[in-house]
Design a protein around this ligand. Structure first.
Ligand code: GLU
Length: 303
């Protein structure tokens, strides 16, 4: 398969999709990002890489970081994780608190903010310096020691993090956070502020396509837990639009409000698209379209 030709065609054919979404206004450093940025990258399990546009430019990975945090604690704690977090999709917004109250403080899944905060709490239980440990973990997965946390973004997350603070307080009152709220929030805001390029993300997430093996052939996860992360991405990875992503794209994926989407073709490759203009559900407008075209052109979908 000539993946370069395919991403080149996608890149051209989606140029008319700009201007239909809106760059996130969640925090000032994200609101200032150029909405015309656009990159696509692929890394195959056999080691080939393909990229186009701004695929080497680091951007705020935001919620995509939830995949790394979950993988890290799942590897360390195994199925104990699921005593405190569910595995069902959510039809509410990613930062909603409504469901949490109905579900007695057990978040629906690890990819909504409530679930991610519980996972971050586990990370804080397991590591003395959780921010550094997670960053090192991601750097190793991507084989790039230059991946960094944008402190300006983390600071703004803390300044405007009223909802996350509300969710964390609710979790604490439900006995589902063991560390101080301040520690968990600070770690979570820093994890969301990691910056990576499309190619970094493809390399770091390749294990999901490669039976749990990283690009340097280390076993990140066994076959079964790896399958489980992919299935969670399938049903919960695109906010409350995971159904639409399954319908239009047909791959496990994870998005972030920085405009990135990573998708996995099991057994074959990881593909990342970055385009900061978001649709009304907080997913990259152009990224969604690009991935839809990818599975249409290659016929590489899990369905
Ligand atoms: N830092 C954002 C938040 O906690 C992440 C949002 C996202 O990418 O979904 O609300």
């Amino acid at each position: 398969m000539d993946y370069y030709k395919i991403i080149e065609k996608i890149y051209q054919d989606t140029q008319n999709c700009f201007g239909k979404g809106k760059v996130s206004s969640y925090i000032p450093p994200l609101a200032g990002i150029d909405g015309k940025k656009y990159g696509i990258a692929i890394r195959t399990v056999t080691g080939e890489e393909y990229k186009i546009g701004d695929a080497d430019e680091p951007f705020s990975i935001q919620s995509i970081s939830k995949v790394f945090a979950l993988t890290y604690v799942f590897h360390q704690l195994g199925n104990k994780v699921w005593k405190r977090v569910g595995r069902e999709p959510s039809s509410n917004q990613f930062n909603s608190i409504i469901e949490l109250e109905k579900d007695n403080g057990i978040p629906r899944n690890p990819f909504i903010n409530a679930g991610a905060l519980v996972i971050t709490d586990m990370l804080c239980e397991l590591h003395k310096k959780p921010k550094v440990s997670l960053l090192n973990y991601v750097q190793k997965l991507a084989q790039n020691p230059n991946i960094y946390i944008n402190e300006e973004v983390a600071k703004a997350e803390a300044e405007f993090g009223y909802r996350n603070a509300a969710v964390a307080n609710f979790l604490k009152s439900s006995d589902n956070l063991t560390n101080p709220i301040k520690t968990v929030l600070d770690t979570y805001f820093h994890q969301c502020s990691i910056e990576m390029s499309c190619i970094d993300l493809c390399r770091a997430c390749l294990f999901l396509a490669n039976n749990g093996h990283s690009i340097d052939n280390e076993q990140v996860l066994g076959f079964r837990p790896n399958k489980k992360i992919n299935s969670l991405m399938m049903v919960c990875g695109l906010y409350n639009e995971a159904g639409n992503f399954a319908w239009r794209v047909g791959l496990p994926g994870k998005s972030g409000i920085g405009g990135g989407i990573v998708a996995i073709v099991p057994g074959k490759l990881a593909i990342t698209v970055w385009s900061p203009e978001l649709n009304k559900n907080g997913n990259s407008y152009v990224g969604f379209k690009a991935l839809e075209l990818f599975t249409t052109l290659t016929k590489e979908s899990i369905f």
